[in-house]
Design a protein around this ligand. Structure first.
Ligand code: OAD
Length: 239
């Protein structure tokens, strides 16, 4: 553990499925993960949706129900506490489509969309998703029955990338928590933040695919490692 001379003015944090794992939401690539049970080409691509919209809606309806039945854990609450109490800026970017950061009281940029939002493939309107969506739900704005989950699928451009790029440029500390580093552009954020001068830390159960790019590593389950890391930052210490 080392004492920093000055606390970072701006902390940018990227979260992934590992943060929600202990809330009972499965990760994607761990043993028993979502992509070991479903073919992502079927349920997480525009082509899969065009082939079989009922199958895709069933998949996200079931994930939405699971997410609604889950509670934020100690890692979500610790990150919300950091946002509320830290003297500098704390920007939270998540790849997660659940709303557990918000349920814990944090503000997060959802770069891969949100399960609790629907959008219209015809006109782009978006709205609160009902618990169960169907392929024939009409858009409340244009009436066209091309409703889809407001989820970024493989082959699509993640949301808020310009804002994220600006945050990475000005980050003094970048942390990636609970993400395997296998999906870009998020997996490239550590390199970008590092290039712009940020110190970088990976907080994960096991080293990610891009672990070698981080200055520091913290292991262990997020419900233990994240509250400890947040406390160290609020005490002006960085591990
Ligand atoms: P992954 O499932 O790829 O990786 C989850 C990471 O969390 C792994 O590195 C685990 O070691 C770690 N992990 C698991 N349990 C943990 C715990 N209790 N505490 C700390 N770490 C833990 O999930 P993501 O990296 O989030 O995109 O996946 C990125 C994107 O791929 C997702 O947003 C999703 C997926 O396909 C879309 O669907 C568009």
């Amino acid at each position: 553990m080392t004492m920093m001379n000055a606390s970072p003015n701006k902390i940018v944090i990227l979260t992934g499925a590992g943060v929600s794992a202990e809330s009972g939401l499965g990760t994607f690539r761990d043993k028993g993960g979502v992509w070991t049970k479903y073919d992502l080409n079927d349920v997480a691509t525009p082509e899969g949706f065009a082939r079989d919209p009922v199958k895709v809606h069933d998949f996200y309806n079931s994930r939405r129900a699971n997410a609604l039945g889950s509670e934020p854990n100690a890692a979500h609450f610790a990150l919300a506490r950091l946002q509320a109490e830290y003297a500098g800026d704390v920007v939270l970017i998540t790849q997660n489509v659940d709303a557990l950061h918000e349920a814990a009281g944090a503000n997060a940029i959802h770069m891969h969309g949100r399960l609790d939002r629907a959008c219209c493939a015809a006109c782009g309107e978006d709205w609160d998703a009902p618990l169960a969506m169907t392929a024939t739900d009409p858009c409340p704005s244009c009436g066209v029955p091309q409703t889809r989950p407001d989820i970024v699928w493989f082959g699509e451009v993640p949301q808020s990338l310009d804002a994220i790029a600006a945050h990475l440029e000005t980050a003094e500390l970048f942390a990636a928590i609970g993400t395997s580093g296998q999906v870009y552009p998020a997996a490239g954020f550590v390199a970008e933040a590092s290039r712009c001068g940020a110190r970088t830390v990976e907080i994960n159960l096991e080293p990610s695919d891009v672990a070698n790019l981080f200055d520091e590593h913290i292991g262990g389950p997020a419900t233990e490692s994240v509250p400890a890391w947040v406390s160290s930052l609020l005490d002006r210490l960085v591990v």
